[in-house]
Ligand binder design. Sequence first.
Ligand code: ASP
Length: 338
Amino acid sequence: MTQKKRIRIIYTGGTIGMVPGENGFAPDSGSFLRTLQSIPELSHPDMPDWDLVEFDPLLDSSDITVREWNMIGRAIAERYDDYDGFVVLHGTDTMAYSASALSFMLEGLNKPVVYTGAQIPLCQLRSDGRDNLITAMAIAASGRVHEVCLYFHGALLRGNRSTKLSSDRFTAFESPNAPHLADVGIVIQYNDAAILPPCEGPLHLQEFREIPIGVLKIFPGIQFDLFASIMTERLRGVVLETFGAGNIPSYGQALLPIIDKAYHSGTIITVCSQCLQGTVSLGAYAVSQPLQEVGAVSGRDMTTEAAVTKLYYLFSRDLTTGEIKAEMSRCLRGEMTL
Ligand code: ASP
């Protein structure tokens, strides 16, 4: 008889376990294990063995910070050898950030770490949480993926390629620049060509430090001088969310002196696109040329979530500015297309 797989469920909070209260939906400490035990499928003979660790306090994912990413990382790394895979239950609002963060943090990962959650709590009729959880468990036990991924409503996505698309549809996530790792219907159809090969290991947890990082979204008519005060040497990294293929307004030459100053004080400037699909191509248009000239790094087709968490990761490793710039341009965990 083959040995049953063992899965650890890490419950951080989020809608999946929330209950209605006076001020809207909020997490409820201590009741989630009972909720899971009342789901018959979770004790089905085909289910892997599982146990649960619950964060204290449970959080709406809007409140998740670097500290909780480190806690999730530790919950995995400290018991890595005891389980075949891990399911992280997390609020959907910042799930793509968290999955991206863990993909960088867990160096040498060769087991599945599957993020999931729900749009409707498990305690409510028509919850999507039950299905998301059961399938995430099956994926975590399958041994078919060896990376941090995100499962939601029929699609298994690479964690650091995913982004939240909808606040009210069951299909809440997509990975617009990367193929699905699996599509789930009657069978779980894995896309082996898209799945990262297993790492050699051993697992090493690179915890993140709280680094001052910013995201600046460009919009028509933006008054750049308003942002001069934040672009100081205190800001270690900034992700510019530009138009299209990496374009910024050129009126008044107002942005460049600010970026140039930030660059010379060691701030790493990474250029991402506001478009969900496609890539940054600095220099393709005249209006993006100056970004290249001031040494900005092209984030290519990385999501903002991946770019932000990659900056956290690289700054946490005490690399030089030159090394961080070089690593930002490399694909480390399948987060960008080269
Ligand atoms: N506000 C919730 C959260 O991110 C939304 C969700 O889980 O779907 O925690």
